[in-house]
Design a protein around this ligand. Structure first.
Ligand SMILES: [Zn+2]
Ligand SMILES: [Zn+2]
Length: 372
């Protein structure tokens, strides 16, 4: 099959300026292990907004194609790409999502068995679109899946926007809960944050059978969504003080505090608050803290309260698979579709980014119409 020569893509050339729609070359040679996909859709993430405004801690090699939560249909398979990362057959026409790369021959990949922390990882939307294989970002009609990227077939019953969401927001939640260990039916779980990750974590805690799930966030529309995802109680950060929220959690747990607190809020102050929402001997899982902010803490807080505090970053191929399985399994129990907000065409991508920035939508999605 002859591949098209060019892919229309949204390119960031200079921080703080709108993305431009450009024609980017499509590699005509698919190397062993690689895949060329025709993009179905790419959901928008807070990280896309931060990258466009030069607010990321990691290096970015401009100009880049922005977007990293994408689902695509296999257009061409390189030699040796006939199976996905969990052993399922892959053919032209199958839908897949894929991970950043891990090399399989570094300390983190092998000894630590933490492929998400690979020392040679390459991620999508961080490398220039001026060098082959050009198409390493999601706001593009075609994307090039690198040979060292994990790839997972999307189940038929999982829509492409939900699969896209599972390729960043949800796999991070699934990975984090696995790092935590089990959520027990006796656990009271507090979820800090009602953005996409917090809402998904609320659903996971609910489906894990937690005794009580308490979500903390804002605005009111997000708290409604948290209820729909299974929160028994919602606490607003707009109408209640931190002291009032803590009093509620203590009251709900006979004065002990929550067995498990999970942080998806992102602001450093949430950490200070969360430390005092967890019971003695409880667990505190941090996922949202990616910025450079600081807070003051007393180290004895950890010791006196015998707290287990752990951070979790991103997720690997097994988490992509597990996230999509969770959606397939619980699609009737949880309103996943309510997380996907408006659909945008590629040439409206700047509007979609603005909606994400203003938090007027949960997960805007850029879709690629057939034949566009
Ligand atoms: Zn993301
Ligand atoms: Zn590695």
């Amino acid at each position: 099959m002859k591949l098209p020569d060019h892919s229309r893509a949204a390119v960031l050339r200079q921080y703080g300026t709108p993305l431009q729609i450009e024609d980017v070359p499509i590699p005509q040679e698919i190397e062993p292990g690689a895949i060329l996909v025709k993009t179905d859709c790419c959901t928008i993430c807070g990280t896309d907004v931060h990258l466009a405004n030069d607010a990321l801690a990691r290096p970015v090699e401009l100009p880049v194609i922005v977007g990293h939560e994408m689902t695509g249909t296999v257009a061409a398979l390189g030699p040796g790409s006939e199976r996905d990362s969990v052993g399922q057959d892959l053919r032209v026409g199958d839908r897949i999502t894929w991970t950043r790369t891990n090399c399989g021959h570094c300390y983190m990949c092998t000894v630590a068995a933490k492929p998400t922390l690979c020392q040679n990882a390459r991620a999508y939307m961080y490398e220039t679109m001026e060098r082959s294989p050009y198409l390493l970002g999601g706001f593009s009609e075609y994307v090039y899946v690198l040979p060292e990227s994990g790839r997972v077939k999307v189940p038929d019953s999982v829509s492409s926007p939900l699969a896209s969401m599972a390729s960043c927001a949800f796999r991070s939640v699934i990975h984090a809960v696995e790092e935590l260990g089990e959520i027990r039916h006796t656990d009271t779980v507090v979820v800090q944050g009602t953005g996409p990750l917090g809402l998904l974590a609320t659903g996971v805690a609910r489906m894990s059978g937690a005794r009580r799930v308490i979500a903390i966030g804002a605005p009111e529309a997000r708290l409604d969504l948290a209820r729909a995802f299974g929160a028994d109680d919602v606490l607003s950060v707009e109408t209640l003080s931190a002291e009032e929220r803590q009093a509620f959690v203590l009251d709900a747990t006979e004065g002990r505090g929550a067995d498990v607190v999970m942080e998806f809020a992102g602001i450093p102050q949430a950490f200070t608050e969360g430390l005092h929402l967890a019971r003695r001997g409880g667990s505190y899982l941090l996922v949202g803290q990616l910025g450079q902010g600081e807070v003051t803490i007393k180290p004895s807080t950890f010791v006196n309260r015998n707290l287990r505090v752990l951070g979790s970053l991103a997720g690997g191929a097994k988490d992509y698979w597990a996230a999509m399985e969770f959606i397939r399994r619980h699609g009737a129990d949880l309103p996943f579709e309510r997380l996907i907000s408006n659909h945008y065409r590629l040439d409206q991508v700047n509007d979609a980014l603005a909606a994400m920035k203003q938090q007027t939508e949960v997960k805007p999605v850029v879709t690629f119409a057939e034949g566009a």
